[in-house]
Design a protein around this ligand. Sequence first.
Ligand SMILES: Nc1nc2c(ncn2[C@@H]2O[C@H](COP(=O)(O)OP(=O)(O)OP(=O)(O)O)[C@@H](O)[C@H]2O)c(=O)[nH]1
Ligand SMILES: [Mg+2]
Length: 426
Amino acid sequence: MKNSEFVKDQQKEKVFLVIVDYKKDKRGLDCWSAEETLEEMKDLVVACGGDVVDSMICRLDGPSARYLIGEGKVEEIVGLCGVNGVDTVVFSDDLKGSQKRNLENEIKVTVIDRTQLILDIFARRATSKEGKMQVELAQLEYLLPRLTGHGVELSRLGGGIGTLGPGETKLEVDRRRIAERINRLRKNLMSVVSDRSLKRKKRKDKGAPAISLVGYTNAGKSTLLNVLTGSEQITRDGLFTTLDSLSRQLVLTNNQKVILSDTVGFMHELPHHLIESFKATLEEVQEADVLLHVVDVSHENFRHRYEAVEIVLEELKSKDKPTIVVLNKIDKLAERDGLDSLKGNYQRAVCISAKNEENIGELLEVIRKELAALFVEIDVDVPINRMDLVNIAHDEGQVYSIKYYNDKINIRAAMPSSLVGKFYLK
Ligand SMILES: Nc1nc2c(ncn2[C@@H]2O[C@H](COP(=O)(O)OP(=O)(O)OP(=O)(O)O)[C@@H](O)[C@H]2O)c(=O)[nH]1
Ligand SMILES: [Mg+2]
């Protein structure tokens, strides 16, 4: 057993991490430390099946054009990579095409950046047709501005960390063909988006409000979906286990039916291309009536992670949605004394353990109350010429039934409380 594990380890790609830390943080308010970035990068490498053999934190005044970091540091890396038999060097900051080439010329191994590493994990995890298309689009958009000439220099394509095509698809290497492929993928994804919105609309009109699970990757979103709906969504200790959205019906204590959706996890500085190309999947979040923001409260940096999720939500224009903060994994806490005051930091929060199914009843009750405050059931007769109200009911609410009579229309629906007044005509 030991032997075979040793052989397996030997086959793992050996990775050297370079964490770039600007003395004066170029991101201003961002308070992630270089050490936090290093820890997370290690997890990303593990998710790619690699093995971190060494690392270096480079504190810089600013980026240098040639190598991003200083020449002295590059020399040091060359030495350390030689000693450790490193296969791939991964930088924590995005590299320009020229910087990558200059570094590879010096270090003589493949050099990639964090974005490529994340794209690689997504490429490994994508299983659905939609997921694969989304990853490929993000990869190509990342690649296009980095190609020189005809782009044929991507010699390691198809092998090693950071060079994986999504699923079976080999990445295109010709600039013109890449541009064509990007257009085709965008078009195909657009039709996925409209298909999805149609389905969502139908679901909504059946009277079910939509709730979306959001949160940092590995926070326990899929575990919670499984507990609440009896699904069998794959869960795993690692980053980006879920890529595709999955929606399931959840029945609340008052018998109200809601649709609960699980989706891709977020991360600190999630590459913009990924958010863009995952629009189809992330629409589920944008269209939700309520968000359940799942937080792994046992993680030492959970506050930073919470903020990172908020930043992605802002990018998705969903930050102001009614949100219940689900402080998960309380079973892992050595002591729970601080939980009450922690809860007090958020407008609505519940402490649970999805794994041990602890406090799930309380969570369901908070969800029920939140929905009751958002929606009011109406059963009204409006004049026959008020088709505008029928349209509002369809667009903004959940329609149970619309009945047309000679002189009136009867509308039964659950409407956002802010719109109810429109239906009660004087
Ligand atoms: N101890 C403990 N572990 C939990 C709890 N909830 C989830 N986990 C574990 O945390 C890991 C991640 O859980 P997932 O449900 O896959 O997390 P996720 O948020 O869906 O992750 P991604 O899909 O990767 O974004 C798994 O190993 C779960 O078993 C909990 O309440 N307590
Ligand atoms: Mg998941």
